[in-house]
Ligand binder design. Structure first.
Ligand SMILES: NC(=O)c1ccc[n+]([C@@H]2O[C@H](COP(=O)([O-])OP(=O)(O)OC[C@H]3O[C@@H](n4cnc5c(N)ncnc54)[C@H](OP(=O)(O)O)[C@@H]3O)[C@@H](O)[C@H]2O)c1
Length: 304
């Protein structure tokens, strides 16, 4: 079969090569991949991992072979799922507890925006518990995770303030944000929950905007900048809880939450945002544009 392979020293960051087809473990379904998407973390991994590494965590496609242990959906089912890597390929084996069934009204391209970004959006917001009437600040709101967080938090009754660069904010008010600011420091008042994925000055400013007893969830560092923090930054923001979210470190299987996301989209209560669609044979320009912040949101990859 064909798959995208990392080529870090070459002029293009990836190429498509013939590789061995995956052999599924008894608890894995073999999925014929129709679409995937790029997660920001993969941009860093493409540079860090050696030649031959196979990227791709999000998959949407059709079950080619059901899991031998009888778990998971039967052959022919439309699904979405998460894998550790190697998802940008014609076929991938996916643990059945990391799979959800996809309704016929949802395209594979839409579904491909959901797995890692949707899981991060859903699970980071859960740290805010009951969001009804709460004030939620979302940094990186124009991105793949942020656009889903804005919709989910607004749907749960929160007053959502989105942080996005000027020119990247299109659609965020329609998605449920009460206001969009271009810098955390422009957000007025204090917040019950802040989801923070930019780092550097954004995280420092987030501390200055959290209510006493509020919750900050750190789940990304898109700026790559560090944040100096002192105890005194928390004067007026006492008893704050800071959670660090790493999707891979959760004891809870991904499948049930992926099913929630897929069902919300099928019911038209959650709207995936596709910023750019790229054929897998023409990935390099899209990867560069995402890296350089010329694309904001999900880059979907179509696999033929
Ligand atoms: N912990 C986990 O399990 C987990 C899971 C998924 C994602 N993540 C992380 O969460 C973050 C968001 O993921 P994503 O997929 O939504 O990424 P994304 O689509 O690239 O969005 C990131 C957003 O951050 C904003 N940003 C601000 N400063 C930036 C900078 N210096 N460089 C790049 N972007 C900057 C950008 O919005 P503006 O241009 O509008 O400012 C951009 O839309 C990433 O850091 C990712 O690695 C973590």
């Amino acid at each position: 079969m064909l798959a995208v392979v990392n080529t870090p020293q070459a002029s293009a960051p990836v190429t498509i090569e013939e590789v061995a087809a995956p052999s599924a473990a008894s608890n894995e379904a073999l999925v014929r991949v129709q679409a995937s998407s790029v997660n920001r973390g993969e941009l860093a991994l493409l540079k860090a991992r050696p030649y031959g590494w196979r990227p791709g965590q999000d998959v949407a496609g059709i079950v080619e072979e059901a899991a031998a242990d009888g778990s998971g959906p039967p052959v022919g089912t439309r699904v979405l799922g998460i894998v550790e890597d190697a998802g940008w390929a014609q076929y991938v084996s996916v643990p059945t507890d990391q799979i959800a069934v996809l309704g016929h009204t949802v395209s594979f391209e839409q579904a491909a925006t959901l797995p890692l970004a949707g899981l991060a959006a859903l699970r980071t917001l859960r740290y805010g518990a009951d969001l009804l009437g709460r004030r939620v600040l979302i940094t990186g709101a124009s991105g793949g995770v942020g656009r889903l967080q804005v919709q989910l938090a607004a749907r749960r009754g929160a007053e959502v303030i989105a942080v996005a660069s000027p020119g990247h904010a299109k659609g965020l008010l329609v998605s449920g944000a009460s206001a969009v600011v271009s810098d955390v420091r422009e957000a007025s008042g204090l917040f019950d929950l802040i989801t923070e994925s930019v780092g550097g000055t954004a995280l420092a400013a987030a501390i200055s905007r959290i209510k006493p007893h509020g919750v900050i969830v750190i789940f990304g560092a898109s700026s790559g900048e560090k944040t100096p923090i002192s105890l005194y930054d928390f004067l007026g923001h006492e008893n704050v809880t800071i959670h660090v979210f790493m999707s891979y470190a959760s004891p809870h299987p991904f499948g049930p939450d992926l099913q929630i996301l897929a069902d919300l989209v099928a019911a038209e209560r959650l709207h995936p945002h596709i910023a750019h669609t790229a054929a897998w044979s023409d990935l390099a320009p899209a990867l560069a544009a995402l890296q350089q912040r010329r694309i904001h949101g999900k880059v979907v990859i179509t696999i033929d």
